[in-house]
Design a binder for this molecule. Structure first.
Ligand code: HEC
Length: 212
């Protein structure tokens, strides 16, 4: 009896495959689920009705939306050119400084410290702690160089190019300038016009007239 049942089931099962058309899948339950329309990946239809790859190279000389090429190379020449030529396109305002402060708290404070003294928790552990913003050459560092260093990184500081938009980097520049100049009220411009303070003298001298 057992054998008979097994024999019958085998026959029934084989029957499902036994169609003449070898490509026929046999009986399908809810065929819509198996047969979705298939589209070619990354193909698009042009206005003329042609199909072409949507992943073509952009035409030469065009710039992707939202992307601005950065013309200064990651070397000493690029660094000094950025210091000479780059100007902050964002006007300083209490709102901008507040945004700069928030960004600083997320991306910089752990190395540079709350007041920019180079004494952040991570900064202290580095083989060479970050310099204080308000001392030595950094105090007179032109805005273009600050932007350049945030963009590419410098020494043990990594590049923040992919982490911060151009706008965010310039907002941070305003905030760093505030820390460079903790006396506060004085606008950054004063640095280059005022008689250079003894400690920042050399750097300020070098970059005289570069930033207003
Ligand atoms: C991993 C720790 C670290 C982080 C994070 C970091 N820095 Fe630095 N930063 C350094 C060190 C170290 C230096 C000194 C680099 C050198 O001159 O070798 C430095 C230098 C600088 C300088 C001086 C650059 C120059 O041209 O001399 C500026 C300005 C600066 N950092 C701003 C920032 C800002 C703004 C952020 C946040 C977006 C930031 N840093 C994040 C470690 C860090």
């Amino acid at each position: 009896m057992k054998k008979l049942i097994t024999g019958i089931s085998v026959l029934v099962l084989m029957g499902a495959c036994g169609k003449k058309d070898a490509n026929s899948p046999g009986v399908e339950y809810m065929p819509d689920m198996y047969r979705s329309p298939s589209f070619e990946t990354n193909m698009m239809t042009t206005l003329d009705g042609d199909t072409m790859s949507a992943n073509m190279m952009p035409p030469a000389g065009t710039i992707a939306r939202g992307y601005l090429p950065y013309p200064f190379a990651n070397d000493t020449g690029g660094y000094s050119a950025a210091g000479r030529l780059l100007k902050n396109p964002i006007l300083k305002s209490p709102e901008v400084l507040a945004e700069g402060e928030v960004l600083y708290g997320k991306f910089c404070v752990h190395c540079h410290g709350t007041a920019g003294g180079g004494d952040g928790k991570v900064g202290q552990k580095l083989p060479g702690a970050p310099p204080s913003y308000s001392s030595g050459a950094i105090k007179g560092l032109p805005e273009g160089k600050i932007f350049h260093s945030i963009t590419y990184g410098k020494g043990l500081m990594g590049s923040h190019r992919s982490l911060l938009s151009i706008e965010e980097r310039w907002k941070l520049v305003h905030y760093v300038q505030k820390l460079q100049n903790p006396e506060g009220a004085a606008p950054a411009a004063k640095d280059s016009t005022a008689a250079p303070a003894a400690e920042g003298a050399k750097a300020t001298e070098e970059h005289k007239g570069e930033h207003k």
